[in-house]
Ligand binder design. Sequence first.
Ligand code: FAD
Length: 284
Amino acid sequence: MIPAAFDYVAPTTVDSAVRALAEAGDEAKVIAGGQSLLPVLRMRLAAPTKLIDLGRIPEMRGVRDGGDHLVIGAMTTHYDVQRDPLVAEHAELIKLATDTVADPQVRHRGTFGGSLAHADPAGDLLAPALALDARFIVSGMDGRRTVSAADFFVDFFTTALHQAEILVEVHVPKHTGWTAHYEKFQRVAQAWSIVGVAATVRAEAGKIAEARIALTNMASVPIRATAVEDALIGKQATAENIKSAAEHAAEGTSPTTDGNADPAYRQHLARVLTSRALTAAAGV
Ligand code: FAD
């Protein structure tokens, strides 16, 4: 199918994009890489009468050093995130999860902010953003506000963004010296996660001093596996301790049933993948 007719504008500043969005009301949508929105339009699951293209706004692109955090522009493509040296050094978990997103074609068009704003629970970048306590900078007619990762994801495909707000950039606290791994289970290569686990740890003298673990597709939003984190702190980084802590991974989860898996299978996957992710992250 082809999409319903729409008007198209391509502003060059965040302020003009916000204004265009506010003026057009509920009938408008912003488009980033179009990798999720265009299929939705083609299937006529949505029919906005106006598309506001964010692709010509330079201030929304790129990664920069913000001191104790990285600033990742919402329009930075997956390809650029993957190759950014600051991301590799200070937020390795995001680089590793981005490596698993789709294929090179999608990674050249799809954007970091588009993935987060789309809020697909199977999307691979939501759990790393949650695990690293990212902060979302959103812009609307009343100016900018900051939303924590814990508050940004509200439900399936639903975020804390108001109708006339745009996600401008994401601040990711530096986790320099932490080691990380993203473990993803998928039925076919280049697909979304059936379940994914984002894990990053900081070790001191062979013991786990800090751990952050978040799960993909184990609820309508990404969730932290805090019971696993608590079970690990202060323990020697051994295969046995990791396996025992990972047994807590499905606690508090509410996964759905779909054509790929039922809740019990997803909970089994969460335990197995958490063990694998932590083993790789801790270098055991
Ligand atoms: P768009 O499609 O342009 O927009 C998506 C939604 O977010 C729209 O509703 C739009 O209005 C809104 N939006 C976008 N940017 C903003 C913003 N800055 N502020 C406010 N709202 C905004 N993803 C994975 O995580 N893992 C995968 O394995 C994976 N596999 C894929 C395979 C294929 C074949 C395809 C086509 C996509 C796949 N994706 C996967 C999705 C991909 O990561 C997309 O890039 C992402 O979902 C959407 O990013 P986008 O920039 O294309 O956003």
